[in-house]
Design a protein around this ligand. Structure first.
Ligand SMILES: Nc1ncnc2c1ncn2[C@@H]1O[C@H](COP(=O)(O)OP(=O)(O)OP(=O)(O)O)[C@@H](O)[C@H]1O
Length: 334
């Protein structure tokens, strides 16, 4: 069996040919610090973040799109592969997505973790290429396509043509940095300390980086945390207008990088992109107003892919079925 994996900072998705996405879980592992034993993986472990006693740690083994904790990544991959196959002799070929700009050492770590977890053969594909294939773009033709993939740890921006990346940038600013910015804002504005999960809820439920009316700005929700003044639990109301202010810095960094990639794009390809639009994928592309903001600032239409979150895993699986459509540098294997 061939499988495509989006081994992400926030979540792991597995695509199997003919079955579609068969697994989607947070990339979190809970371990007992004293014995080194794995206690929970995926959603169950995510619920433990910020709520563990001293001897238990909830680890996110990937940071900023790359492996930060090798052995935990291997344990996690092994656990998920067992979950989808229920068989010891299951040794699939795997296509795993990695950010477009990572070091050879970081690539090797992914290949070794996948091989140790049971892959028969491991291929790596750059995330924007997988995202483009998963979003249904035909990148094999001499025609320019631009993808902005905003994940949890990295944002990959790339212009592609003839099965390869012509120019692009990978920046380590994405969903997690949006959460951090909300935590910092709430701390500064309300003297309230909130956890990363509460910040993520604010981002998903009310945040808006391009509110068009006062009504949009007034959308609000209550968030609970610990007062830095009294030390006691406290609730505050945060509005979409405030989130726009809170998220300005990371959002600007992404918009500026899109600009710099467009500046480097050869004119023929730039005109293809302005005709066809920029395609956005990844969970971070669902941040309200992000598409409108990029469209307003670049003057180019922006389309959020239909299956924004799973596009990368779907594209990886499809790439394995059609290795021939990819350019010579698109796939890396050892
Ligand atoms: N509706 C939404 N609005 C805003 N952000 C969202 C939404 N849904 C998911 N996200 C964010 O998307 C991010 C996860 O996206 P995704 O699963 O594409 O990342 P990943 O593949 O794990 O990360 P990476 O590619 O950086 O390794 C998280 O930060 C999550 O909070």
């Amino acid at each position: 069996m061939d499988i495509g994996i989006d081994l992400g900072t926030a979540s792991i998705l597995v695509y199997v040919k003919g079955k579609g996405i068969v697994l989607q879980e947070p990339s979190v592992v809970a371990m007992d610090r004293s014995t080194g034993k794995m206690l929970a993986v995926g959603e169950e472990a995510r619920r433990m973040i910020g709520r563990t006693p001293g001897n238990i740690v909830a680890i996110r083994p990937l940071k900023e799109g790359v492996i930060a904790d090798y052995s935990t990544t291997e344990i996690m991959l092994k656990y998920f592969l067992n979950k989808i196959a229920h068989s010891r002799i299951f040794r699939p070929r795997m296509m795993i997505c990695v950010p477009a700009v990572i070091t050879t050492v970081e690539k090797r770590a992914v290949i070794e973790a996948a091989n140790a977890a049971g892959a028969r053969q491991t291929y790596l594909i750059e995330e924007p290429i997988a995202a483009a294939i998963g979003a249904g773009l035909d990148i094999s033709k001499p025609f320019g396509s631009m993808v902005v993939d905003i994940g949890g740890g990295t944002t990959d921006i790339a212009v592609m043509s003839l099965g390869g990346i012509v120019c692009g940038e990978s920046l380590r600013v994405a969903g997690d940095k949006f959460d951090d910015a909300i935590v910092r804002f709430v701390k500064k504005e309300f003297n309230l300390m909130i956890g990363e999960r509460s910040a993520e809820e604010v981002k998903i439920n009310v945040a808006d980086v391009f509110p068009e009316s006062d009504e949009d700005k007034a959308v609000s929700m209550e968030v609970r945390g610990r007062s830095l003044i009294s030390g006691l639990p406290q609730n505050v109301t945060i509005t979409a207008g405030q989130t726009c202010e809170a998220l300005q810095e990371p959002v600007e960094q992404i918009v500026n990088t899109i600009y710099s990639v467009l500046e480097k794009t050869p004119p023929e390809l730039a005109s293809d992109i302005s005709e066809k639009g920029i395609v956005m994928t990844g969970g971070g592309s669902l941040l309200k107003g992000m598409d409108k903001l990029i469209c307003r600032r670049t003057g180019i239409p922006v389309i959020i892919a239909e299956e924004a979150i799973s596009a990368v895993a779907i594209g990886a699986g499809k790439a394995l079925e059609n290795l021939d459509i990819l350019g010579p540098n698109a796939v890396f294997t050892k």
